[in-house]
Design a binder for this molecule. Structure first.
Ligand code: ADP
Length: 479
């Protein structure tokens, strides 16, 4: 995977993960708070039921016409009410009951009478007297209302304020800092005589966070991001492949165009020659005496047509390089004669002298006659093109001769020569300095020469002109 794609996957993953993770956290927090409110309400109801019991006991005691003495009553009530520490009543200013008369009892009794309901008289943070209008009073210990284990297990901290500061009823969380805040709720107990404020709170710790859900979503979102990145990559890959196919198609079209141009270039010469000879033959046809000339012209046309066909099959050979090229000992004189026959007269008319000189008569190059013809035709045509606007006397010298184990053909002209910057690029396909040129002639010559294990080079002559040299292997022992 490329680093850039990695970063993109990571960003995509974060973009997917973060909002949903926040939502999961928020949802979890909302649910947890709801549970906390419910459990605090349960604790509040449990405590409220307890303190309401106290009112009921006081009402029962007040209703008795001959109540037993407090000392008799206490042991019988305590098993059902472990929070009951003592009881008694004030009658005619005298206290009768457990322990000494609590301080403030007369005032509390007076207040209860006025309110027509019991009132509380705090002893300390945990204990209080509940004083009824009838003056019956209960000494209660709030620590014994509910055993800590009976509170809902999810509650953490509970305090109850009897009027002298908070009394801890439940402390399940160790003291310490909180991570993620505190849930807190204040609720008074539901008894008109003992509406002690109940405070419930819970610190959020790392274990409260929805790690499993977060982890599951992190994994799922990573898989999503990775899958989406992979999909994007495969789409880009498919687009790239499509583009490659399109480019290849275009290149094929270009190559086809180039091939067509090359074929046209090569066929132009034999077709022009055929046209000229057929026209000449047509002119001579009516004259009986010119019959041999007509035959000659038709034979030459047939030769040119064969050459055109050969050129086409050569071009096919270039496209299918595996096709073997037929090699044989070629007679250079016959080759030059055919060339001269085709071009000498026409060039003469244009003021260009075409000559042939064989320095090693009898020596035979090894090659393919048609390919050789093509090369020499091309080189001569290039020389003709170079001489086209050349004012001085114009000569194209074609020569051949043995050079060690090679046979060397040379085509030289006395034209302007090859520009220095063009020399290293002459054989590149489509390199041309001529406005009408296609730059295929020399590239084709080099390919044809290569197919015959030959090579072709170019140089400038002193003082003027250019010379192209074609070297081919010498054929057998012929010398
Ligand atoms: P084209 O003839 O279409 O330009 P060629 O591959 O046959 O293509 O030739 C490539 C270039 O080589 C020509 O444009 C020309 O600049 C140079 N060249 C070839 N033959 C000669 C020559 N005899 N004298 C000077 N320049 C030449």
């Amino acid at each position: 995977m490329k680093p850039l794609t990695d970063i993109r996957t990571l960003v995509l993953w974060l973009a997917l993960f973060a909002p949903v993770a926040v939502w999961i956290g928020w949802q979890e927090q909302a649910e947890r708070y709801e549970r906390f409110v419910q459990d605090t309400s349960i604790a509040q109801r449990m405590l409220s039921q307890k303190v309401v019991q106290h009112e009921a006991v006081l009402a029962t005691l007040s209703a008795l016409s001959h109540p037993p003495s407090p000392a008799q009553l206490l042991p019988s009530l305590q098993p059902a009410m472990p929070q009951l520490l003592g009881l008694g009543y004030l009658r005619g200013g005298a206290w009768e009951g457990s322990g000494a008369a609590p301080a403030g009892m007369p005032g509390a009794q007076e207040q209860a009478r006025q309110l027509q309901r019991p009132v509380t008289l705090a002893v300390d943070r945990a204990r209080y007297w509940l004083v009824a209008p009838s003056s019956w009073s209960l000494l209660l210990d709030a620590r014994r209302f509910i055993p800590a284990g009976d509170f809902p297990p999810t509650l953490a901290s509970l305090t109850l304020d009897l009027g002298m500061g908070p009394l801890t009823l439940l402390a399940r969380q160790p003291a310490g800092g909180s991570l993620g805040g505190i849930m807190s709720l204040h609720k008074p107990l539901g008894a008109a005589s003992q509406p002690f404020p109940l405070h419930s709170w819970r610190r959020l710790t790392p274990s409260d966070w929805p790690w499993t859900e977060w982890l599951a979503w992190a994994l799922a979102s990573y898989l999503l991001a990775a899958a989406s990145a992979a999909w994007q990559r495969s789409r880009a890959e498919a687009r790239r492949r499509q583009e490659e196919v399109r480019l290849a198609a275009m290149t094929r079209l270009n190559t086809l165009g180039e091939m067509a141009a090359g074929i046209a270039h090569e066929l132009n010469q034999p077709l022009t020659a055929i046209l000229a000879q057929v026209r000449a033959a047509e002119r001579l046809l009516d004259d009986e005496e010119e019959r041999p000339a007509v035959r000659q012209a038709l034979l030459a046309s047939a030769g040119q047509a064969r050459r055109a066909a050969d050129i086409i099959s050569r071009m096919r050979g270039l496209v299918q390089p595996c096709a073997p090229s037929p090699r044989a000992a070629v007679d250079p004189d016959a080759l030059a004669a055919s060339l001269l026959f085709l071009r000498e007269e026409e060039l003469g008319r244009r003021g260009i002298r075409l000559s042939w000189h064989n320095a090693s008569p009898g020596a035979r190059p090894l090659g393919d006659r048609v390919a050789l013809e093509q090369i020499l035709h091309n080189l001569v045509q290039n020389a003709v093109d170079a001489l086209a606007d050349w004012p001085a006397s114009r000569v194209i010298a074609l020569s051949g001769g043995r050079d060690g184990m090679e046979y060397r053909f040379e085509v030289s002209d006395n034209g302007p020569g090859i520009p220095d910057e063009a020399l290293p690029r002459l054989f590149e396909p489509f390199y041309t300095t001529r406005a009408q040129g296609m730059g295929l002639g020399l590239a084709l010559c080099e390919t044809l020469a290569g197919a015959m294990d030959g090579r072709i080079t170019a140089r400038n002559l002193d003082p003027v002109g250019a010379c192209f040299t074609l070297r081919l292997p010498i054929a057998g022992a012929a010398a």
